[in-house]
Design a protein. Sequence first.
Length: 339
Amino acid sequence: MKFQIGDTILIIHSSEEGEVINIIDDEMVMVEVGGVQFPIYIDQIDFPYFKRFTEKKEPSPPSKIYIDQIPIEKKQLETKETKNVSLVSMPIFEIDVFGDEVIKEMKIYLSNQTTQDLQFTYQLTFSGKKSFELANIVLAFQNFYIHNIVFKDWTDNPAFYFDFALAQPQPKKADHFETSIKIKPKQLFAKIEEMKAKNDPTLIFPLFQEFPDKVENEMLDMHIPKSSKHNKIYDASKAKAHIEPARSIIDLHIEKLTHYWQQLSNFEMLQLQLQTFEKYYNLALAHYQPSLIVIHGVGSGKLRQEIHEILKHKKEVNHFVNQYHPLFGYGATEISFQY
């Protein structure tokens, strides 16, 4: 749901502002405008912030385009964060016919002000639907330009998902680190006002300060006796109660799952891989993730076939694809969910 109780809204056809007081269903909400309460379809309302920042006046279309009407960036990208990895957004302004500055787009950067080169995958969603995806490396003390976002699209509940890994792996550091930022319209426009008041050129959203150390219990440090191959290791139906968080990328290579993989039969290894897949599949659903990447490797293809057969019977799966990925080659399947 794009709107929540208490949100300030704009009635599109009348330009009146009101407040959401109740959620009726996925298509309608109850609003109050000027002391009057009434139901309205959500496609007939919007957040007022975009109008406030882009429609200070109602100019008529200019007959000529002048040089000062070209979109401008106030300053070069500057980040005051030190030893941080941050999502940085730089507004691009344009001048309307009355000489007012209005925001056209927001440039998105990944700022790495740490001493380590980082490999990352990035995904942008709007209202839970994937809009953009990228995989690359951001060097130490560098800013990596990702893309531009049209300013009005920021009212559609953007969410930024990152999965980081060290470009040069270290034994004591985690294999990867996931984090995300969900920016609500109220939060965005409050930060814009703060940015203007401080005369700063950018909005900064910190992601983390130091790449985390490896946690030993991330691996299933459990020996499976050959006589108990049918024992159940993990009950996927209780995924919410498990202490580990959801992941957008899971690696099912057996050496990532247990220290004792050499003592397991092929059947036992496959069962452990499938149980781990089921676990993180259910965690992804519990957190309403838009997608999940499963690294199964190439090998004989047995694990990939088993996973694809499971996905064919999952009603939450919108589609899945095993295509070339810049980080995983053909050894990964990307799953897209529908809710």
